[in-house]
Unconditional design. Structure first.
Length: 220
């Protein structure tokens, strides 16, 4: 999985998670980072078969449980970037001991009539926890393509400031990003970043599995 994460002024480092073997790429923005990953297509096919029948996700079922474990590992890997910043409880400096719990696992079916307001889930400092979000693209309309760089329809729009795409054209600092959905691809990011699917046309639907992980930390 090469060259699918595009960003200016980025340092990209590849790492791998064990069982199943999943390639990840860190995308470092000035203030934070994204993780981009790709799941095997046969795994995605199995997941879609499950979600075709089960519109309400049961976390204890085999498929959601397997996906939860994958994204839990990715979240723990993500947090390794902030080990000197977040007062996490570690034992022997082992990453797997970071206390991460899946607090939300939700299936989204979007079509051309769907409009979604910007979504975010901020950190609750009173609870001494941070939230990490993931998006997995399970089904993608056939007319979506990363090659259509001038067509934003169906892209996922991320924004981490007050400046929009229009503001960037006015030479203001870039504080947003577009991600083109690709089957099997997922992204991990801080929950305080707002995201929004851009409306699109056509008869096919966009299926996204969104999850949120709660990360507890000590007083420090």
């Amino acid at each position: 999985m090469k060259n699918f994460a595009k960003a200016n002024e980025n340092d990209v480092t590849e790492v791998k998670l064990p069982k199943p073997e999943i390639d990840l790429k860190f995308e470092h923005i000035k203030q934070f980072s994204f993780i981009h990953g790709q799941l095997p297509l046969n795994f995605i096919d199995e997941a879609n078969q499950y979600f075709d029948v089960n519109k309400i996700v049961q976390k204890d079922d085999d498929v959601p449980k397997a996906l939860t474990n994958i994204f839990k590992n990715a979240t723990q890997t993500y947090l390794s970037l902030y080990s000197d910043q977040i007062p996490l409880s570690l034992e022997g400096d082992r990453l797997v001991n970071i206390p991460v719990d899946c607090s939300e696992l939700k299936l989204m079916e979007l079509n051309e009539k769907t409009y979604t307001h910007p979504i975010n889930g901020d950190t609750d400092f009173t609870q001494r926890q941070v939230l990490i979000s993931t998006l997995l693209f399970l089904k993608v309309p056939s007319n979506f393509s990363e090659k259509n760089v001038n067509d934003y329809h169906g892209n996922i729009y991320f924004n981490w400031g007050i400046n929009s795409i229009a503001d960037v054209l006015m030479t203001k600092p870039k504080q947003d990003k577009l991600v083109t959905p690709v089957v099997g691809r997922f992204v991990v990011f801080p929950s305080w970043i707002t995201w929004q699917p851009i409306p699109f046309s056509g008869d096919e639907s966009l299926r996204i599995l969104s999850s949120k992980f709660t990360v507890h930390y000590t007083k420090g």
